[in-house]
Structures are given as structure tokens and as C-alpha cells.
Design a protein around this ligand. Structure first.
Ligand code: SF4
Length: 90
């Protein structure tokens, strides 16, 4: 199971993926409020690269944490059951 960081367009969105969940992060929307790394510091580590580390993470925790993001910078798609929330546009 490999974790990937794909830079789709410079400064626009990055995608992190395992075989169970995909997380999208739109850096220009991020207001660095910290709900993500406050709730799941083992997954969202702002000073690590990649800063979203999904390998070994509980996808339910990842999903719940993405839903806490107040800015719409984070989105997710479950690859195990197909549900998901896209990041907010722009
Ligand atoms: S919760 Fe959302 S806005 Fe806050 S630091 Fe994480 S990605 Fe950025």
C-alpha cells in the first residue's frame, strides 16, 4: 500500500492516497487554523513532507478530521465505500 503525493497544479491542490481513502488539500484555501493537526497529529504534520501521511491511518479518523476543516481546504473520497466530500471550489 503506497502513499502518494500528487501535485496536480502548482499551488492549487495536492492529493494524498491509500487504497482506502484519498485526501485533497487546496493550499490557497488553508487558513492554518489547525483543526486537522490538532485532531490527528499523526496524520496531519505540517512540518513533515509529505505533510499528510495516510499510511497506517484509520480512514474513519481521517474522514472525521477532514470534516472538521473550517476553510474547505480539505476534501476526501473513500475508496473503500465511495463516499466523499470535495474541497470547496476556489
Ligand atoms: S483544518 Fe483545514 S484550514 Fe485548518 S490547517 Fe488543516 S487544512 Fe488548513
Amino acid at each position: 500500500m503506497g502513499e502518494t503525493e500528487t501535485r496536480m497544479r502548482e499551488g492549487v491542490a495536492r492529493v494524498y492516497r491509500t487504497d482506502r481513502i484519498e485526501v485533497t488539500w487546496a493550499p490557497r484555501r488553508c487558513i492554518h487554523a489547525g483543526e486537522c493537526f490538532g485532531n490527528a497529529p499523526e496524520v496531519f504534520e505540517p512540518w513533515a513532507r509529505p505533510w499528510v501521511r495516510l499510511d497506517g491511518a484509520d480512514p474513519d479518523l481521517v474522514e472525521a478530521t477532514v470534516r472538521l476543516c473550517p476553510s474547505g481546504a480539505l476534501g476526501f473520497r473513500r475508496l473503500d465505500d465511495g463516499s466523499g466530500v470535495d474541497p470547496a471550489p476556489g
